[in-house]
Every structure is written in structure tokens, then in C-alpha cells.
Design a protein around this ligand. Structure first.
Ligand code: NAD
Ligand code: SER
Length: 319
């Protein structure tokens, strides 16, 4: 393996739901200047990422990525750029091009320049044949284009480790719930939108049925899972390196609405399923994360109640 050009961190898709929080967390740990945020679009006014380095970069531009890695002396890439499930089913060609093309570009750059890589996977890798509590090892038969691109990403990460020694690691994130940035076109977006609607309108029309149960995770747990995985010594990382199962909290859309109703006077929720119901129905209800617990000590801290409190506090303080 080549020696990396430096030890700074490059984040792709940094303006998205996870990137907004991850860049802040990485800058708090490593220093503002050590983290280069990149995205294919300019920084919107309401984000404060301009406090640190930002570069426009498409993850499909291999030469551009290589140049940024050398100029900015990068040693690790956190690769977040992607097209999520709901947008991906509407625009399957775009989803395939960005998600598969992006991971190819990142892993090739890592191979040439000796970089470490974090590349997230998703619960969308599972399909209807998966047990309702998804095991780490099970056939992966996703029905969505997005899910298939995530399986490809996992397989490629493992192959680059085996063939070239690229230390690429990933997590199968559950649906993530956060307050700084809106969710970015996924099926689990209802679990974020519901909080904004509760505080702004007192009502939410939920696009999945009341009894839809999915694995979810509060953003602080997701960021901690990410940094814990990347901090773990390489000897502790096992065959699940392409996509570790991590569990946060599993609840139905009705249980989420009820938990908000307990805290927001007069809040009501209707359930009017649309095409996203089918994607949700193809995913497991819960996650078995025993391998992540064993390999690198993972344990979630936020259950449904704590997460709802935190979301309402944070969003309430913002408005
Ligand atoms: P998001 O949609 O909020 O953000 C993605 C970012 O990628 C956007 O800022 C977008 O501008 C950028 N982007 C799109 N095309 C690009 C390109 N060609 N080049 C560079 N940037 C581009 O997504 P997110 O929720 O932050 O997800 C980040 C990662 O985590 C993705 O890989 C996603 O599959 C995975 N994930 C997310 C969730 C979740 O619930 N948010 C769950 C499981 C997995
Ligand atoms: N939250 C994501 C989505 O719904 C899962 O990867 O697309």
C-alpha cells in the first residue's frame, strides 16, 4: 500500500443528513482544519460548514477526488454521498450511477493513495426473505435499486480489503433521526418529518401504515457508532467489515406518534401509505447487532422515549 498524502479527513456528501452532524463531530475531535467537507452542491446559507474547509466535489469525478486528496493531504475518506431509497426508486439510473460509481471512485482513490475508508451501508440490503430480526449473516435479496447498490458497496469494500489491503469499513445504518438537516429522500424520512410537523402544525400525515415497524437510530448513536468503528484496531474488525449490523430502537409508526402525542398537546397523526410502504415492508423490523457488540463494543444509548425528548427539545429550541 502507498503511504497516504497526510492524515486529514475528507467527507463526501457532507451537506446531507449524516454529513452535517458527522463533520461537526469529526471537527470537534480532530480540529476544524483537519476535516475537508465536500459535496456536489454549494453550502446552503443555514449551514455553518463554511466555518471549516469545503470543496465542491462529485464522487463520480475520480481525477478531481485524487487531486483533492493530494492537495489537502488526506488519509481517510468518510464516503456519505448517495441517492437514498425513495429518490432511488424514482430515479434508478441516477441511484445506480451515484451509489456504485461513487464507491468505485472512493475505493480506487484509496487503493492508489493508501487511504482508510468509511462507507455506510443500510438496512435496505435486506429483503423480504430476511428474518424479522435481521441477523448479521443472511441472504441479501433487496427489492429496491438502492438496496442492491448498498450490497454492491459492501461486497466491494470487503474485496478491496482482501485484494489490496484497503482498510474499508461500513455500518448498516438503521433509519436515522436527526434535527439539524432534513432527511434526504429515504423511506424512513417519516420518522424525521413527524417531529417538524408536530411542532409546526400539530398534525402529520404519515406515508407508511400505523403498524409499520422499522429499525431506527438517533443521530448521536449513529455518529458514535461511526467513530467507534473507525477507532477500533484493525485486528478486531472481522468479516462483517463491509456492513456491520447496529441496532438503535425499533418501533412502529403508531408508537412514534403516540410518544410525540404524550409530549405535544393536541398532536394528531393520520396514516396514508404511499409507494414507500412497499420498500418499508421489504425491510426487517429489528436488527441483531451481536457481532458489532463483540467486535468493537457497540451499544446504543437512545431508546424511543429518550430520542423523542431530545428531538422535541432541540427542534423546540430552534424555533
Ligand atoms: P443525504 O441524502 O441526506 O445526503 C447525501 C448527500 O450526497 C447530499 O448532500 C447530496 O448533495 C450529496 N450527493 C449526491 N450526489 C452526489 C455526487 N455525485 N457527488 C457528491 N455528493 C453527492 O444522505 P444521508 O442520509 O446523509 O446518507 C449518507 C449515507 O448514509 C448514504 O450512503 C446513505 O445510503 C447512508 N444511510 C443513510 C440512512 C439515513 O437514514 N439517513 C440510513 C442508512 C444508510
Ligand atoms: N433511511 C434510508 C432510506 O430510507 C435507509 O438507508 O433510504
Amino acid at each position: 500500500m502507498a503511504e497516504p498524502p497526510g492524515d486529514r479527513i475528507l467527507v463526501t456528501g457532507a451537506l446531507g443528513q449524516i454529513g452535517t452532524d458527522l463533520v461537526e463531530a469529526l471537527r470537534a475531535r480532530h480540529g476544524t482544519d483537519a476535516v475537508i467537507a465536500t459535496d456536489v452542491r454549494e453550502v446552503p446559507e443555514h449551514l455553518l460548514l463554511e466555518d471549516g474547509p469545503f470543496r465542491l466535489l462529485s464522487v463520480l469525478d475520480g481525477d478531481g477526488m485524487d487531486a483533492v486528496v493530494r492537495e489537502e493531504r488526506v488519509g481517510t475518506i468518510y464516503h456519505l454521498a448517495a441517492i437514498l431509497s425513495a429518490t432511488g426508486e424514482k430515479e434508478p439510473e441516477l441511484c445506480q450511477r451515484v451509489n456504485v460509481g461513487g464507491i468505485v471512485c472512493v475505493l480506487e482513490t484509496a487503493r492508489k493513495r493508501g487511504l482508510r475508508v468509511f462507507a455506510p451501508s443500510s438496512i435496505a440490503v435486506f429483503g423480504p426473505d430476511c428474518p424479522s430480526i435481521a441477523p448479521q449473516v443472511t441472504p441479501l435479496s433487496p427489492t429496491t435499486v438502492y438496496g442492491r447498490t448498498k450490497v454492491t458497496g459492501e461486497v466491494m469494500a470487503v474485496n478491496y480489503w482482501k485484494q489490496y489491503g484497503v482498510d474499508a469499513r461500513g455500518i448498516r445504518y438503521p433509519g436515522l433521526i436527526s434535527w439539524k438537516t432534513p432527511a434526504g429522500g429515504g423511506t424512513t424520512d417519516y420518522a424525521v418529518e413527524i417531529f417538524h410537523a408536530a411542532l409546526e402544525k400539530g398534525h402529520y400525515e404519515c406515508f407508511v401504515s400505523a403498524d409499520t415497524r422499522l429499525p431506527m437510530m438517533y443521530i448521536d448513536d449513529a455518529i458514535r457508532a461511526t467513530t467507534s468503528l473507525m477507532d477500533a484496531p484493525v485486528e478486531s474488525i472481522g468479516p462483517a467489515r463491509g456492513g456491520y449490523n447496529v441496532s438503535g430502537a425499533s418501533f412502529t409508526a403508531q408508537e412514534l406518534a403516540d410518544s410525540i402525542t404524550e409530549r405535544v398537546d393536541g398532536f394528531t397523526c393520520d396514516f396514508v401509505p404511499d409507494e414507500r410502504q412497499a420498500y418499508a415492508d421489504s425491510w426487517p423490523a429489528d436488527i441483531d447487532d451481536s457481532v458489532a457488540r463483540e467486535d468493537w463494543g457497540w451499544k446504543a444509548e437512545y431508546d424511543l422515549g429518550r430520542m423523542v425528548e431530545e428531538m422535541l427539545d432541540r427542534l423546540g429550541a430552534q424555533s
